[in-house]
Write a protein that binds this ligand. Sequence first.
Ligand code: AMP
Ligand code: MG
Length: 351
Amino acid sequence: MQTDVVLFGAAPKEDEALLQKAGKIIREGGLVAMPTETVYGLAGDALNPSSSEKIYAAKGRPSDNPLIVHIADMDSLQDIAVDIPDRAWKLADRFWPGPLTMILRKSALVPGETTGGLDTVAVRFPSHPAARGLIKASGRPLAAPSANRSGRPSCTTASHVLEDMNGIIPLIIDGGTVGIGLESTIVDLTSDVPMLLRPGFIDVHTLEEILGRISVDPSVNGLTDKSAHPKAPGMKYKHYAPKGELCIVKGPEEKVVEAINALSSEKEREGKKTAVIAAEETASRYQCALVRTIGSRSREEEIARNLFQVLREMDDLGADVIYTEEFDTPHLGMAIMNRLIRAAGHRIIRL
Ligand code: AMP
Ligand code: MG
């Protein structure tokens, strides 16, 4: 299959023609990759079981790992979910369209193939004009997981999608580099106390302004090992991992720089291609031949936006061993470290 990559956002008339073409592919049961404000999504008709099966196959994703259903207006929430609590409407009012996913009881309309057999459904109303336009043009809610092959870092540009999906899907809508760069915050509203299942751009404190106290799934902060059973099935899988062995080094700044320098020179002596991921503030202090700057600690949005790009770059460089600093920044640190800990397969050196 040939994969076309078509630009979105340059000319309104061409955008409309592109969305109509993409919408037709979706209605006919095919898949289209689309930009959202978080990461690129691989979209199919959420109400068509065979579209969901195609998504699992294209990603190489285990079919017990449910898909998020994307809608483009508030009313559609009632088609997808039942027993919707007041607090869900409050969250929707405040954060939709935007990077928040809610877990609710599913309606009979949503097939079990889309929800990985669960009786709950994950729903989001994205803000990106291409995503909203595609939902409207297809006339369907869209099941759209991140557009990466399962296990790889999520895609923040159309060329990442092409790397993973070339020859597998017919169309990639290219909206440039995404704005946020981390997947949506997921909150489960089916239990008495709402539970954060995946941290994202909208942080716990902001959610608590609307919800009061919320609990946090222990797997979110990497506090549990791989044998734990996180409530979001996807969180139990190895994810985001570069091909080389990634290790997080955390502790006081001086000690981290010293330790990474010692470790990386030892690995280089052993003949291993070694790389370091560092903040702008400390990058120049590493002696390793390959140092990648992820962004400034004073601009945490930049670190979030660059994270997956930097992890993919590690593969391009052919790094065997990678040491990274910790990026435990005030607002997005929980979301950034959740991805990094899983990318590192829980390999952490604490100083
Ligand atoms: P992705 O599609 O790559 O953004 O990942 C979606 C995440 O949402 C995965 O970790 C899923 O396991 C999780 N998820 C989707 N639907 C549900 C659900 N009904 N209950 C709990 N987690 C869900
Ligand atoms: Mg994903």
